[in-house]
Write a protein that binds this ligand. Structure first.
Ligand code: GDP
Ligand code: CA
Length: 322
């Protein structure tokens, strides 16, 4: 079976670990979000790609959910001692090495997709990880605080301001010109099923869907999504601040409507959200909290099972129509 999954950072990566456990024989391609990418100290940092790579490759800081295990912060402290800005973004020493390798390769002319493949040669994540685009895009957030109305990089809003300043607008700079990375559309076309993990619907999944051709390719496939919103709140993080910025309620229902049909064919919600529904979408309720790897595997299995049932049904309907 060929499975394609989109992915942001922590929510996506933990789900993918479950997906690998639930479907050990499947060929899994992950299309990763790069809207969060940022250049710091001259180094290109791709937080979501690295979270997926480290989580699946066994190098993640489990407690934190991002960054390297057994990490130290000597370089960060030394930079701060020189007064180097920014000081609000936490880069550990081991993590720095990843960004140095990436930046060297990018500067040598390799596209991000090839750089990611090279980094994955070390981590062996067990999936094929492709950035959504080799073209540079960046999520920016329009805020209005005591310094006036201005756009800041997503990371400045999320990490430095903890998303506490309301976002007036969230935009993906460069989205109009960005093309899907090589292999992205082909992987979608060849997939038996597609999964939308419980990643941030605005700045992770929403960003990937803005890259030309990706949404259209997904609409032709059987797609099952897992709600990142449980009982009217994000399970982790501040996705509610992102949803509010685009005028969407923080509910499993509103996120389903945001993705919409025909993109989504099946939607998994938590048991307390069992009333959710939308024409053309099969909704199933089940426990959706990824307490541990076993729970994540259970959710992934349910998503794949539903997708396989729906694709068989769509296949039969297609044959009858002919
Ligand atoms: P980020 O890039 O690190 O913010 O990670 P993602 O975009 O991949 O995922 C963030 C989303 O994951 C948040 O909106 C959370 O609500 C969701 N999430 C995190 N843990 C869980 C969980 O155990 N269950 C569900 N259903 N969603 C989760
Ligand atoms: Ca992210």
């Amino acid at each position: 079976m060929r499975i394609v999954s989109l992915a942001g950072g922590i929510g996506g990566a933990r789900f993918l670990r479950g997906l690998l456990a639930a479907s050990p024989d499947a060929e899994i391609t992950v299309i990763g979000n790069t809207g969060d990418d940022i250049t710091l100290f001259g180094l290109r940092v791709c937080p979501d790609l690295d979270t997926v790579m480290y989580t699946l490759g066994g190098g993640i800081d489990e407690e934190q959910g991002w960054g390297r295990s057994d990490e130290t912060h000597v370089v960060k402290e030394e930079l701060a001692a020189y007064g180097m800005e920014p000081q609000w973004f936490g880069l550990g020493d081991r993590d720095f090495a990843t960004h140095i390798v990436r930046t060297r390769m990018l500067d040598a002319g390799y596209p991000l997709s090839q750089v990611t493949e090279a980094l994955c040669d070390r981590w062996k994540p067990g999936v094929r990880l492709i950035p959504m685009s080799d073209d540079r895009t960046e999520t920016h957030v329009v805020i209005n605080d005591e310094q006036g109305r201005r756009a800041v990089h997503f990371q400045e809003w999320w990490v430095r301001l903890r998303a506490a300043v309301p976002a007036e607008q969230i935009l993906l700079v460069g989205a109009d010109e960005a093309r899907p990375a090589p292999g992205v559309l082909q992987a979608i076309d060849e997939a038996d099923v597609v999964i939308l993990p419980p990643s941030n619907p605005v700045v992770s999944i929403g960003t990937i869907l803005q890259i030309k051709g990706i949404r259209e390719a997904l609409e032709r496939k059987t797609v099952v999504g897992v709600s990142p919103i449980v009982g009217g709140a994000p399970v982790r993080g501040m996705a509610d601040a992102c949803l509010t910025a685009i005028g969407v309620d923080t509910t499993a229902q509103a996120v389903l409507e945001l993705y919409g049909s025909p993109l989504v064919d099946g939607w998994l919600v938590a048991e307390q959200d069992a009333g959710v529904g939308l024409d053309g979408v099969v909704v199933e309720a089940r426990p959706l909290i990824m307490h541990d790897a076993g729970a994540a595997a259970g959710i992934a299995r349910a998503a794949v099972d539903l997708a396989v049932r729906l694709s068989e049904r769509q296949g039969r309907a297609g044959e009858e129509a002919r």
